[in-house]
Design a binder for this molecule. Structure first.
Ligand SMILES: [Zn+2]
Length: 505
């Protein structure tokens, strides 16, 4: 997952300061040059995606992926490798979702056999993830609720017990993705109020591409059965309804839902020599959805983290602080692995010297979002100076939700999330088509170099790049970046205020 929330922030402008060279450009260049050399990057990712496949927590594939991570880190030369488990409240897997639409239409009465006839067609559909099951239902009327606004629902009339078809727009930009996530919860609220049987969202991708999506934020089971229907099928149903035809659906969503499950983050270290207790985190999530094989989201960046460790070790550059390389699990269910890590390691986060996260496929990195930390901009601009050769120039002092830096940001730790061009990420996002062949390896190699360089620079600064913010400072940063509404929309604000999530007072 990765949704950019910059739209809700006032300060989306990029700050560009005159770069001053970092303290040890030679060491940074050495890391970059080593990272660009041939490496097991491609084969590591091929094994993770083609051999292991999509990686949903609670599945054998996810367990195998954790083993993959441990072995890959060891082979890359880690000083220490271990896994840390955490709990996800429910397990979920899709059964054989089936949907058929039936419509009535008139045959001309001039010949024999005129009158109303029925015709049916199969609707290609998948369940929304972590949504409840639906016992098979037959001949349930479908109604079009437009884009699912209040006005749309009112216009649709009585939709109690019916299946509501929701229109969407084709996903093209980060802003579209943000809107897709933001729109769903209010639509679900309206559907619950209207007592609909199930929601059918038109896919936001064309050409029959189906994808996995979740609207529940913390691994809880959602409130209503929901499917995503192939855009072409959804448009066909919408046209039939608009033309005045009746459409009924047979629908079965036999999802399997179970009790709590354990999943694991994989953690490797290269130990610092001068300040081994202080640490930088370079992370990416290892889990993925399972319709495809999770190559762009986020297998490529899990492989990047492994390869960055290899490059740093092979460069021979000494580290002042420790670097922890972490492959998080449970990200797609609501940042659950990184949240567990930040919470469980809260007592040592004063020693955290920065968290760097990659989670947007292989589109070119343009810069980093720095979690609202304007105080870091000057030094960070100097640190990314050597990355200008890759087109990495911009720092955005916005706070964003949507990937594994989030709970570290809420703990006051400096965070750096790679901002990347969309490239082919969105068309394949969480989709059947998110496979190894979509990965741009020449770009990914550059990202390995960037990530390794930034992690080493953060680890080797004379002092940590910035202090850990207090609870009040974090809240002030939320206000300064107009992020409070975002926190509320994501359902995080109440937990922040009550102390259930983020830095304690
Ligand atoms: Zn992701």
């Amino acid at each position: 997952m990765r949704t950019v929330r910059a739209l809700l922030c006032v300060c989306i402008c990029s700050f560009t300061f005159a770069s001053s060279p970092p303290a040890d450009n030679g060491a940074v260049n050495q890391v970059i040059q080593t990272a660009l050399q041939p490496s097991p990057l491609q084969d590591n990712l091929r094994r993770l995606t083609d051999e292991i496949g999509g990686r949903v927590p609670g599945t054998r594939a996810m367990e195998h992926a954790v083993q993959w991570g441990m072995q890959a880190f060891s082979a890359a030369g880690a000083d220490l490798v271990h896994s840390e488990s955490f709990e996800i409240p429910y397990s979920w897997s899709e059964g054989a979702t089936e949907m058929t639409a039936t419509t009535a239409h008139q045959i001309s009465s001039t010949g024999v056999g005129g009158g109303t006839v029925l015709s049916s067609f199969r609707v290609r559909a998948v369940s929304v993830a972590w949504a409840p099951a639906l016992e098979p239902v037959k001949h349930v009327p479908m109604l079009d609720v437009g884009e699912g606004t209040d006005a749309d629902f009112q216009k649709a009339g009585d939709i109690s017990g019916k299946i509501a078809l929701v229109h969407t727009t084709v996903l093209k930009t980060w802003a579209d993705l943000f809107a897709e996530y933001a729109n769903a919860p209010p639509i679900i609220n309206r559907a619950l109020k209207a007592n609909v049987k199930a929601l059918a969202f038109m896919a936001t991708r064309e050409h029959d591409i189906l994808y996995r999506h979740t609207n529940s934020g913390a691994g809880e089971i959602d409130r209503l059965p929901m499917v995503i229907v192939a855009r072409e099928d959804g448009e066909r149903i919408a046209r039939l309804l608009a033309a005045g035809s009746l459409v009924w659906a047979d629908l079965a969503i036999p999802n399997q839902i179970g009790g709590p499950l354990k999943s694991s983050n994989v953690v490797a270290e290269l130990r610092g020599r001068e300040k081994p207790d202080e640490f930088v985190i370079l992370g990416a999530h290892l889990d993925s959805w399972e319709l495809g094989t999770g190559a762009l989201d986020n297998g490529c960046n899990a492989a990047l983290v492994v390869d960055a460790l290899r490059a740093i070790k092979a460069s021979g550059v000494p580290l002042r602080r420790t670097i922890r390389f972490i492959l998080f699990s449970g990200e797609e269910q609501g940042l659950l692995g990184s949240r567990a890590y930040a919470t469980n390691h809260r007592a040592e986060l004063d020693k955290a010297a920065g968290v760097v996260i990659y989670d947007s496929g292989t589109g070119k990195t343009t810069g980093f979002s720095v979690g609202g930390r304007k105080d870091l901009l000057l030094i960070a601009q100097a640190l990314i100076g050597p990355l200008g050769q890759f087109g990495v120039n911009d720092l955005k002092p916005d706070m964003e939700w949507g990937t594994d830096h989030f709970d570290f940001m809420l703990e006051g730790v400096p965070t750096f999330v790679a901002d990347q061009e969309e490239a082919n990420y969105l068309e394949n996002y969480h989709a059947v088509s998110d496979t190894y062949d979509k990965v741009d390896f020449s770009q990914l190699k550059k990202h390995v170099a960037e990530a390794a360089a930034l992690a080493v620079e953060l680890a080797n600064l004379p002092e940590k790049i910035g202090a850990r913010l207090t609870h009040d400072q974090i809240e002030q940063t939320m206000r300064d970046t107009n992020s409070v509404e975002m926190m509320k929309a994501d359902g995080v604000w109440d937990d922040w205020v009550s102390g259930k999530r983020g830095r304690q007072k």
